[in-house]
Design a protein around this ligand. Structure first.
Ligand code: NAD
Ligand code: WQD
Length: 338
């Protein structure tokens, strides 16, 4: 019987793009998503893009009985675990919710995998685990630290996974540290659809360009960077998705614990991203420079060499591609999936 990849959070922004990459690479996919931050339409459109169906269950990763039922019904060979809560500010206000979903939810999933003898696991970690890095570019052996409950939840899970892999040496576990995912599938059919006011830069810029918001507030113009605004490593979500397929292939060959950055190795400032977006969209994006946002750092970008060495993967899409694809999605779906 042919096996499946379980994609938790597969209806979400990154998970839906990962489903496309997996299906295009010839894998079969089953999604578990509670839809608390996403729309089932994303999965309909994944089916449309790939011409293949996605098995799906509406359910919560904290529901052990639901997980046992899923593993009994589908022969799963690996789990890509995207489900979780991700808003930094919200995590400060609701830390218990973040630990409950991100930490307890992951433990519940690992226990169910253990019962079902599924031993390959890919975890969505984040560059946030580097806290305020001593220098850039950031290598995987840099010290870790977190400055908010969201970041601590990611760091706790990273540590749990390292302990678990020592106790279960036949497991293959990847901790993928994403930098700043942006962009959308080039079809414009799936993309990032934040609920309410976007927390992140690219969806905010896109909503200004499409007329949903008046202007962008640029958080800080006095950082010690190229133009005073914050510098990040923006990575196209399809490159990120393909990085997951490369990690899966690695885990199929090797047991152990893999920890890699998924970034491009290039930084862009807020104003550089903004002007690339204006060029891609042909729309002006008015902005004001305001105070720094609490907790932000000046620069954060990856050394992506380890991913290239171990996975044979590197990001291929440019900042222009990221902006053009975000814009195509935003313009075709001004209100997201609504
Ligand atoms: P997203 O919110 O679009 O996707 C997460 C999905 O998980 C959603 O579809 C949501 O409905 C689902 N979900 C949430 N709680 C659930 C639960 N208890 N049970 C089942 N499903 C649940 O977020 P995303 O941007 O696609 O992020 C995916 C993962 O990547 C997250 O773990 C996030 O922390 C991590 N990550 C994201 C970024 C980023 O900037 N987007 C950066 C680094 C890491
Ligand atoms: C990027 C740059 C802002 C919004 C966050 C999380 C991180 C990870 C990715 C999950 C910064 C500036 C932003 C705005 C702005 N998520 N900005 N005006 O802060 O690098 O990372 O998302 O793991 O954990 O912290 O991304 O998109 O919020 O900000 O000027 O309205 O844009 O100051 O320089 P960030 P971001």
């Amino acid at each position: 019987m042919e096996s499946y990849i379980l994609v938790t959070g597969g209806a979400g922004y990154i998970g839906s793009h990962a489903c496309v990459a997996l299906l295009e690479a010839g894998y079969r996919v089953v999604v578990l998503d509670s839809l608390r931050n996403s729309s089932a339409q994303a999965l309909d459109r994944v089916g449309e893009i790939t011409g293949q169906s996605v098995e799906r269950l509406a359910g919560d990763i904290r529901d052990a009985a639901c997980l046992d039922g899923l593993f009994a019904r589908y022969p799963v060979s690996a789990v890509m675990h995207f489900a979780g809560l991700k808003a930094v500010g919200e995590s400060v206000e609701q830390p218990l919710a973040y630990y409950q979903v991100n930490v307890h939810g992951t433990l519940t999933l690992l226990e169910a995998m253990q019962r079902a003898a599924v031993t390959r696991f890919i975890f969505s970690s984040s560059a946030t685990v580097y806290g305020d890095p001593p220098s850039v570019p950031i290598r995987e052996d840099f010290p870790t630290g977190a400055t908010n409950p969201y970041g601590r939840s990611k760091l706790m899970v990273e540590q749990i996974l390292a302990d678990w892999q020592v106790a279960q040496p036949d497991w293959s576990i990847a901790r993928l540290r994403y930098f700043n995912p942006v962009g959308a599938h080039p079809s414009g059919r799936i993309g990032e659809d934040p609920r309410g006011m976007p927390n992140n830069l690219m969806p905010f810029i896109a909503q200004v360009a499409v007329g949903r918001r008046e202007k962008l507030a640029v958080f800080g113009g006095d950082y010690p960077t190229v133009d005073g605004t914050g510098v990040r490593d923006y990575i196209h979500v399809m490159d990120l998705a393909e990085g997951h397929v490369a990690a899966l292939r690695y885990l199929e060959r090797e047991s152990g614990l893999l920890t890699v950055n998924l970034g491009t190795g290039r930084g862009a400032s807020v104003l550089q991203l903004l002007s690339a977006f204006e060029a891609a969209s042909g729309r002006p994006v008015p902005y004001d420079i305001v105070d720094r946002r609490a907790g932000d750092i000046a620069e954060c970008w990856a050394d992506p060499a380890l991913a290239q060495e171990l996975l044979g993967w590197q990001a291929a899409r440019s900042l222009e591609d990221m902006c053009a694809d975000s814009w195509r999605w935003q313009q075709a779906n001004p209100q997201g999936y609504a």
